[in-house]
Design a protein. Sequence first.
Length: 253
Amino acid sequence: MPHPVPGSTLGIDVSHWQGDIDWQAVRASSPVEWAYAKASTGETGRDKRWVQNAVDATKAGIPIGAYHWTRPGYNSPAKEAANFVGAIRAAREAGAVVQLRPMIDLEEKPKAGTSKAATLAYVRELADAVEELGELHPVLYVGTNYSGVYLPDGADTGMPIWVPQYNVPSGNYDAGTKGPKWTNAITGDWSVWQYTSKGSVPGIKGSVDMNALRPGHEDAIGLGTVGWAPGGALALLGLAGAAWWARRKGWLG
């Protein structure tokens, strides 16, 4: 499987749509080094395979993170955060080590009449609420087209950016590819690139989203900063997040 960005590490994101995943096969027979699985939607929705995906990925030794589908303008950010964090805690109670930074999936069109400023405020409030409930500050999944239409121009979301864009839908990129072709002031400083929805990975039936973690941006999702032991893991990840933020603001070289 070709890496679309030289030096990148590859990850997948999944949901119940992938059905029953053989995570041991994913680990043994593919270049996948990390994964995210859908945990929740809005104020009350939970992905029916989230807990099992998180537990099985943990058993296979694949670092796993959770993502949340947000509905800006329709709900309360605080209630969405409570649902998201509740889903993460449910997986941990079942034995999963959910160690990667949470991800907010911003794809749904905001409620009619919601301004660009209000949409930005919504996702930032959601991210802050997730952190206040004891999780790491999230990464934001948002496309170039979406951000150009529904967010203020050049807005600082306060989160690392995970951008979906399929320059080559099949995912078969040339070795010289460095990233998505079309970005704007929000998505240009991307940390994760979802480069195809047509990936093929042993252990997963059908297609799966493939993602490249930009070299040097490992802290953006907390990859490789902790071991598997519970307890101090979140504190170490918090330090990694602080380092990422300091670099973003120019406080560190």
